[in-house]
Design a protein around this ligand. Sequence first.
Ligand code: GTP
Ligand code: MG
Length: 354
Amino acid sequence: MINSVGVVRKEAENCNCLQVFFVSGSFKVDSVEAKKKEENFRETLRDMANSKYEYVKSFELEDEVMLPNLMVVRIDGRDFSRFSQVHEFEKPNDETALNLMNSCSAAVLEEFPDIIFAYGYSDEYSFVFKKTSRFYQRRASKILSLVASFFAAVYVTKWKEFFPQRKLLYAPSFSSKVVSCASAEVLQAYLAWRQQDCHANNQYDTCFWMLVKSGKSVSETQEILKDTQKQQKNELLFQKFGINYKTLPELFRQGSCLFKKKVEETVKHDENGNPVKRLRRKAVFVHSENIAGRSFWNEQPSLYNDLGHFTKDIGKIEPDFIRSFQFENKLLPLTWVVVRIDGCHFHSGCSRGV
Ligand code: GTP
Ligand code: MG
């Protein structure tokens, strides 16, 4: 009889993947077959003891985003429709809430120097790492959890600064994923895709809420907007409500870009009171109609030096590219799921008494 709490290797069916889990139990040795099993079991335990943590280490390396792929981390507010309702955000866009999102993303750029560019709207943000980045050995799971948890933490910390009169009723959470782009061209398609989504969603939501505010029911509004083209929505806004869509704030229509630019900053004043200036890389916000356009991208040395040039403008985005951007990494069914959280640079936080 063997009684043990050990680590057993389980080979998933039709798959090379190894799963590690802890078992507690016993089995009786009463046949040749069972003896063999016992020997295998002991061997597994010996293997594990000899190669302490080897299995675990191999998991950590499995999701490395290989060079020369570009790494993009996209975060997206989880059930943000409820969050915005509970916190009474203006519809369809709450400028203060968007500014809070932007401020959090600026904090992300400061915290992670390898992030070169960020683009976001509504409840989402995409962060692009420089192509040579070795951040956390390019391990996707590590990187996405760091960015999402940092972003959420900053959101909570800064809430009061942006909404001094409103209580934060619960903390938002952000789902995140790593999108790997095989070349600058794929990154360009990714950015164009996100900005097109921003435009389409904002146009739809603007029409939707104008119609609802004018007295239409939700189902009537959905019926009116069903299958309408962009041009028709623009006409609806203009004819019914006198709104020229193009004059709405860029923040809503185009989303926000953030990247580091060299700017001159006064660092101190000399003994005569004259400002002493230094060039510093500072995160700046920019709005642009086409963030994936050559004219925008190739004008910014900090973008094309670290991420690559866009060689031509793109029209229609390849559907295969979009499918790859939407790919979700799922865990194997019928496996045990353990989530471990582990503070990052916690020692420095503790020593500062935070
Ligand atoms: P999941 O992302 O699938 O968890 O759901 P979600 O509810 O977050 O939806 P999704 O990310 O697709 O869309 C974001 C939603 O957040 C929008 O549909 C809005 O309901 C809400 N939202 C984002 N920004 C604002 C804002 O400024 N004002 C208001 N009123 N709502 C907003
Ligand atoms: Mg969301």
